[in-house]
Write a protein that binds this ligand. Structure first.
Ligand code: SF4
Length: 373
């Protein structure tokens, strides 16, 4: 596996020759070249979280503006192609058989129906079509349909992403051969807190799947959820784990827990005190800190504002974009959870002067450069 602790010329370098302070500890001022580190210590990540808020956001914005087009935000659409009935016991998930959430289990969607949804997403401006199946892992009998879906969506000119649970090296190879661009598999939290949220598969299982995906040559999408009752030290451990993978994930989704009644975490948070605005969710400033730390620690990755955005104020979302978030899910639904909706996003983009990402992601540009070397 290639080590990403190296320099890489980003495809969209914004300010050639500008000093980019990535950590407060090391920087490489050079013609748009920036050192991408995979040797972060937990202490360094913790020190980022401890910075005065405006200083942290400023540093994250500097990194973001140097390596990405700060006025562009990637639009992705997420479709549940197989809902509910999942044998895993993820404490936040309404699709687990352990949850009493009322989510009905369905079979894998018909290939044609999936392709029709993808066509609608493309018409609505999405660059990437993400598809999720509530499985522990895909069965070999499911793979032909999955492969057909990947091929069909790619033929439409959309990028493809799948999240199907754990993958064997063989299954990852099949998906790579079909042309899958991204595979999503979240680590969810710190290694320590993970065990309190999920018992049916280990943190190491997750890392093994990420490795299988990487080895197959598929780009990695991996992030997690904040607001599950974890401490800041867990949020540090979460970012640290991703930022010290042999190669950073190309996409890092940062979710704010959407507490669902009937799930372990939804019910647990039901009894907790309300926040200042009556919400039972992560403090907005702490959420933005998490986004900013992710941006600084993984400067070339796309940082995606994912679940929980529908209950965030426009001001909080704007702060997240300033702190380096540059990808969102569009549409009214995220698998089974509510999402902001295209109308609200259109209005927010107009207000903030943001436009959908049109070009290539920096890490993919890097991969092309590396392949050519
Ligand atoms: S998060 Fe995924 S693996 Fe976990 S219970 Fe839900 S659908 Fe299953």
């Amino acid at each position: 596996m290639k080590n990403a602790n190296k320099t890489c010329a980003p495809a969209q370098a914004g300010a050639p020759g500008r000093q980019v302070d990535l950590s407060g500890t090391r920087s490489l001022p050079a013609q748009g070249l920036t050192r991408v580190r995979t040797d972060w210590t937990r202490e360094e990540i913790a020190a980022l979280f401890e910075l005065p808020f405006t200083e942290l956001v400023f540093r994250a914005a500097e990194v973001h503006r140097a390596l990405h087009r700060a006025g562009e935000v990637q639009l992705c659409t997420l479709l549940s192609i197989k809902t509910g009935g999942c044998p895993e016991d993820c404490g936040y998930c309404a699709q687990s058989v352990s949850a009493d959430s009322g989510v009905e289990a369905t079979k894998l969607m018909d290939v044609r129906e999936v392709l029709q949804s993808a066509a609608r997403a493309k018409d609505a401006g999405s660059q990437r079509f993400c598809m999720g199946a509530a499985w522990r892992n895909p069965k070999d009998r499911d793979m032909p349909a999955i492969v057909e879906i990947v091929r069909g969506v790619r033929e439409m000119g959309l990028e493809t992403c799948m999240t199907l649970g754990m993958l064997t090296p063989e299954q990852a190879g099949q998906l790579a051969e079909a042309g899958l661009d991204y595979y999503n598999h979240n680590i969810d939290s710190s290694p320590e807190y993970y065990e309190r949220v999920i018992t049916t598969r280990s943190f190491q299982d997750r890392l093994d799947t990420l490795e299988n995906v990487r080895e197959a040559g598929i780009a990695v999408c991996s992030g997690g959820i904040v607001g599950m009752g974890e401490t800041r030290a867990d949020r540090v451990g979460f970012i640290h784990t991703l930022a010290t993978l042999p190669r950073h994930p190309e996409s890092v989704p940062v979710n704010a827990l959407v507490p669902v009644k009937g799930t372990v975490l939804g019910d647990m948070l039901e009894g907790t005190p309300l926040g200042p605005n009556g919400e039972k969710r992560i403090d907005d400033i702490e959420f933005v800190r998490t986004v900013a730390a992710a941006r600084i620690a993984m400067p070339l990755s796309m940082v995606r504002l994912s679940a929980g955005r529908e209950s965030m104020s426009e001001a909080t979302q704007a702060l997240c974009f300033l702190a380096g978030a540059n990808s969102i899910f569009t549409g009214d639904k995220l698998l089974t959870a509510p999402n902001a909706g295209d109308g609200a996003d259109g209005a927010l983009f107009a207000k903030l002067g943001l436009v959908p990402l049109a070009g290539e992601e920096p890490m993919r540009g890097c991969a092309r450069t590396e392949a050519a070397e």
